[in-house]
Design a protein around this ligand. Structure first.
Ligand SMILES: Cc1cc2nc3c(=O)[nH]c(=O)nc-3n(C[C@H](O)[C@H](O)[C@H](O)COP(=O)(O)OP(=O)(O)OC[C@H]3O[C@@H](n4cnc5c(N)ncnc54)[C@H](O)[C@@H]3O)c2cc1C
Length: 239
């Protein structure tokens, strides 16, 4: 089983991340190896394909791994209820088995960028593959210069892992949260992540950026970063 490209994993945790009053559901889903198997290693930014055993519909879908790449005991994912497969996953019980293929994709390879400043830019569940990058950076913090995260969410209720993001200052990692729709007590930036990047105008001289999110966001951020002097080789995507 371990050597087959599609194998079984079991649901370890299904925790709702968005509050009950939020119109959108995002869960933290953790999958652990079935008895006798070991977790396949992964690189920051990689994803897997998850399917429902013995079913072709809903079709399997891709989900970015959000766990710490050093000594993980499970794969964690942020899954947004968006259609039939994600609806099934958002309702799944602990102990249920799923079919998994991967880890897949090139991930975010920062090894050629030792000493560089790092910008991690993502929206919504796009924060998942970036989480594996910042957790890796924390273990090798001295290898990088300034590290900044730009995380965009629709509203305050859509924010994910708020406490974890707040605590990153202990590792000298700056975090900017951008809400598309603000509220009375919100004094942070409002709008899209690319506008926050534009406003801060990071120095591109010795810098690399990792982008994760829907394609419109990735395209807009790529254009903004190029205008700031980042060439293509220093704007990384994980797939
Ligand atoms: C490389 C890769 C990594 C991905 N990682 C994640 C992840 O970490 N978490 C995750 O929830 N999804 C992720 N997705 C999307 C995921 O694979 C599915 O497309 C998603 O779960 C919807 O599938 P579905 O079958 O439930 O619904 P579908 O019927 O396939 O989709 C329903 C609608 O929702 C839109 N949609 C899909 N996903 C999202 C989303 N996250 N936010 C807003 N709109 C969306 C689709 O464009 C479509 O219009 C990733 C996709 C790719 C290609």
């Amino acid at each position: 089983m371990q050597h087959s490209s599609i194998y079984r994993m079991r649901v370890k945790k299904n925790i709702r991340m968005t509050p009950a009053g939020c119109a959108d559901t995002v869960i933290l889903l953790a999958l652990e190896p079935v008895y006798g198997e070991t977790l396949r290693p992964f690189k920051p930014g990689q994803f897997v394909r998850i399917g429902i055993p013995r079913l072709n519909e809903p079709a399997p879908g891709f989900f970015a791994i959000a766990s710490c790449p050093e000594h993980p005991d499970s794969y964690e994912f942020f899954v947004k209820h968006a259609g039939p497969l994600s609806a099934y996953l958002c309702d799944i019980n602990e102990g249920t088995e799923l079919e998994v293929e991967g880890p897949l994709g090139k991930g975010f390879d920062l090894s050629p960028f030792k000493g560089a400043d790092v910008y991690l830019v993502g929206v919504g569940t796009g924060i998942a593959p970036l989480r594996t990058v910042w957790q890796e950076i924390i273990h090798h913090r001295e290898d990088f210069g300034k590290v900044s995260i730009y995380a965009g969410f629709l509203t305050e209720m859509h924010q994910l892992i708020t406490e974890e993001l707040e605590e990153l200052s202990r590792h000298h990692i700056e975090v900017s949260i951008i809400l598309e729709i603000g509220h009375d007590s919100w004094d942070g930036p409002i709008g899209y992540v690319q506008h926050a990047l534009e406003a801060d105008a990071p120095d591109s001289t010795h810098a690399v950026a990792c982008l994760a999110g829907m394609s419109a966001m990735v395209d807009a951020c790529t254009e903004t970063l190029q205008n700031l002097g980042f060439d293509e080789s220093r704007i990384l995507l994980n797939h």
